[in-house]
Design a protein around this ligand. Structure first.
Ligand code: PEP
Ligand code: MG
Length: 323
């Protein structure tokens, strides 16, 4: 088995009937691109930029950030790197950025909500990203977008910073995709509207499941409600993917679910374009996809979405279809 996986390192990710998808790695620092490449990643589907903010005693400077993004882009040698803009708040605190005390931090002031308010922080990050963009294939996504207005506002700030840099003679890539995380149920429900503005979606199932089931993702007592195969979650995912495809856009997934071996057949059937996971899951997943027929998996997904009532029913169905 290990040998089979090793042979798949430089292979494409393609199903038994020839449907190609992209398998990417989730990374947390530029050094992680080594592990991504070693495990045959075709892209970085999520670069969590928080480490820049967490491993520091003050806000990271534009140059510090620029170096980190440049290193990640160069390390991936032209393969796409999706950098997520700052996702502080919720459970992630910064000693030097005092946030108001809140009763429900996961429902509070975090991520893009901070960035749209503290534009100094946001614009610094965007400038660093734009300056690094010439070193590879950069894509940017905003976390925790709930409304069309938030996406438009964030994108407008990006465009402003881009225009300013270009006007001052800085070389900037002309082909940076700007997308968003899909991790709030309200956004998933209006994916058709958001798809008109975002270049791509990346489904953050860790949060999408938490917010859909109203169950804290870190709370053991309600962890039984963390149900990636629940038909409700599958329906949200289907809505997101279908909406993006109608607008000619693509959808990835960067939550834990993307590398889950029961979920992968369902996600392939739902038409997911990019699966991003911890690097060590990539070869195993490529091997699984090779054995699956995408048309059969579509049948499986359709059935799960329309007929199943429970997680157990979905799991049985997956086992039946992948025997
Ligand atoms: C997610 O919410 O699924 C996600 C990928 O982001 P994070 O785990 O960093 O919140
Ligand atoms: Mg998240």
């Amino acid at each position: 088995q290990k040998e089979e996986w090793a042979r798949l390192k430089d292979a494409k990710s393609v199903s038994a009937d020839g449907k190609e998808v992209l398998l990417g790695a989730n990374i947390g620092t530029p050094d992680d691109v080594l592990g991504a490449n070693d495990n045959g990643a075709e892209a970085v589907g999520l670069f969590r930029s928080e480490f820049l903010y967490m491993n520091s005693n003050e806000l990271p400077t534009e140059d510090e950030q620029y170096e980190a993004y440049k290193a990640a882009l160069e390390g991936m040698s032209g393969k796409q790197v999706v950098v997520r803009t700052m996702d502080i708040g919720g459970d992630k605190e910064l000693p030097y950025l005092p946030l108001p005390e809140e009763q429900n931090p996961f429902l509070g002031y975090r991520a893009i909500r901070i960035c749209l308010n503290r534009q100094d922080i946001f614009r610094t990050q965007l400038r660093a990203l734009l300056r690094a963009s010439k070193y590879g294939r950069l894509a940017i996504m905003f976390p925790m977008i709930a409304t069309v207005q938030e996406f438009k506002d964030a994108k407008a700030i990006f465009e402003e910073e881009k225009a300013n840099l270009v006007a001052s003679g800085v070389e900037v890539s002309d082909d940076i995709q700007v997308g968003m995380m899909m991790e709030i149920p309200a956004a998933a429900m209006i994916a058709d509207k958001l798809a008109k503005y975002a270049d791509f979606f990346s489904i953050g199932t860790n949060d999408l499941i938490q917010y859909s089931m109203a169950a804290d993702r870190g709370n053991e007592r309600v962890s039984y409600l963390y149900q990636p195969y629940n038909p409700s979650i599958l329906r949200l995912i289907k809505n997101i993917i279908d909406a993006s495809h109608k607008e000619g856009k693509w959808t990835g997934m960067c939550g834990e679910m993307a590398g889950d071996q029961i979920a992968v057949p369902l996600l392939l059937g739902l038409g997911l374009d990019e699966f991003s996971m911890s690097a060590t899951s990539i070869l195993k997943t490529r091997s699984l996809i090779k054995k699956l027929d995408s048309k059969e998996m579509k049948e499986l997904a359709d059935k799960a979405v329309s007929d199943c009532e429970t997680v157990d029913e979905v799991v049985s169905l997956v086992k039946e279809f992948t025997k």
